[in-house]
Design a protein around this ligand. Structure first.
Ligand SMILES: *Cc1c(COP(=O)(O)O)cnc(C)c1O
Length: 396
């Protein structure tokens, strides 16, 4: 057996393969350059066009572009009316923004454990967390796999809650044959470079609800409107009013030009991601030391992330040693995520370890392997070879 790089052997790769990255072609660059030569750098025709393109792609009435996925979550919470003391159900295995958006509004994130098979919120544990103060559920489509949104909506209907789907990982993913974004009251997307398509920084909220849509528009831009039907007074053609305390969360035309160009390729990106996942699954399915991602019948994931779970009882070392060994082979591994409430900030405001047992156990077992559309054949082989090499060395 080849010596591990961590023990002084030759690494499988000479250069680091990152866990995720953007795929940018000449036509993307051209689209941005064209916008820079035009009349609008910020709110102009590309914003509207990008919003319409995302709405059409997802199959919803309304889409609102904002400056990033975190702003999308914040504005969604504001539009949903989340305020001081309101409780919001949130899963712990997610990026901190999924819970921070609740805190921004003065609300209280109520962490609800995951199902270990997918890392998504365990729908059967939601009802026991609901109190008279519960106002909403933030459901995260972890790794791109949709939550069981029909079941979540059933619960929401029973308790009169708003459902916000954090689809940062799941633009283009499907639930029961429909694109993610058509079912929740509000669904948010992120266009960070590692996400399904990118605008550099960027985000979007989609909804079919006209009232929520008009709230989103207000909160995106200072709470200011020129809409005649909304004005309290009207002093003339120059006149606008601030109706709410909103933010400047606008997404520039420059970014939207990139987004439009990227959106043309999303189906090809996702097809490639699915192909890589199929290759990984095939290569790893019989290795008893690791578990490959599980996908529910109702889901057709776009696969933002490929997360393996280690069967630690089959290994002589922990996750940290496996992670470091893979890193030394120049595989850009990652961990998604530390349960949000274990971050020092959350502990400082009163959350304690032990809150969500499945999530904490999950965290101890997971490693994210590289996955992005422009991965080459050799990159895929390098990941597979490295995983085999490292697991073989450390297995019992
Ligand atoms: C990336 C991400 C966000 C935040 O998106 P940004 O565009 O980086 O602000 C929110 N939630 C999840 C689950 C994410 O992965």
């Amino acid at each position: 057996m080849k010596e591990l790089a961590i023990n002084g052997g030759e690494p499988i790769r000479k250069t680091v393969l990152s866990y995720g990255r953007q795929t940018i072609d000449e036509d993307d660059i051209q689209a941005v350059a064209d916008t820079l030569r035009g009349d609008y750098l910020t709110t102009g025709p590309k914003v509207k066009a990008f919003e319409e393109a995302v709405a059409k792609y997802v199959g919803v009435k309304y889409a609102v572009a904002v400056s990033n996925g975190t702003a999308a979550l914040h504005v969604a919470c504001l539009a949903a009316g989340i305020g001081k003391g309101d409780e919001v159900i949130v899963p712990p295995i997610t990026f901190a923004a999924s819970a921070n958006c609740v805190l921004y509004c003065g609300g209280i994130p109520v962490f609800t454990d995951i199902e270990a098979a997918t890392g998504n919120i365990d729908v059967s544990k939601i009802e026991e967390k609901i109190t008279s103060k519960t106002k909403a559920i933030v459901a995260v489509d972890f790794t791109g796999q949709s939550v069981d949104i029909d079941k979540i909506k059933e619960i929401a209907k029973k308790y009169n809650l708003i459902v916000i789907e954090d689809g940062a990982h799941s633009l283009g993913s499907e639930y029961k044959g429909e694109k993610v974004g058509t079912k929740a009251d509000l669904t948010t997307f992120s266009f960070h470079p590692v996400k399904p398509v990118t605008t550099g920084e960027g985000g979007m909220i989609v909804t079919n609800d006209e009232k929520l849509y008009s709230n989103l528009i207000l909160f995106r831009s200072h709470g200011i409107t020129r809409e005649e039907s909304l004005l309290v007074e009207n002093h003339g053609p120059w006149y606008y009013e601030q109706l709410e305390l909103g933010y400047n969360y606008r997404l520039p035309d420059i970014n939207c030009a990139l987004g439009l160009s990227q959106l043309n390729k999303i189906d090809a990106f996702i097809a490639r991601r699915r192909e890589i996942v199929r290759r990984y699954n095939e290569a790893f399915k019989d290795i008893k030391e690791i578990e490959i991602p599980f996908e529910h019948e109702y889901s057709n994931s776009g696969w933002h992330l490929y997360v393996i779970r280690l069967n630690l009882q089959e290994l002589n070392v922990g996750r940290k040693e496996i992670f470091e060994a893979l890193q030394k082979e120049n595989i850009g591994v990652n961990v998604h995520y530390l349960p949000v409430y274990l971050h020092p900030y959350y502990k400082r405001i009163g959350y304690k370890a032990g809150l969500c047992k499945e999530s904490e156990e999950y965290y101890n077992r997971i490693i994210t392997l590289p996955l992005f559309p422009s991965m080459k054949e050799q990159d895929i082989l390098d990941v597979i070879t490295s995983v085999n090499k490292v697991i073989n060395y450390y297995k019992k």
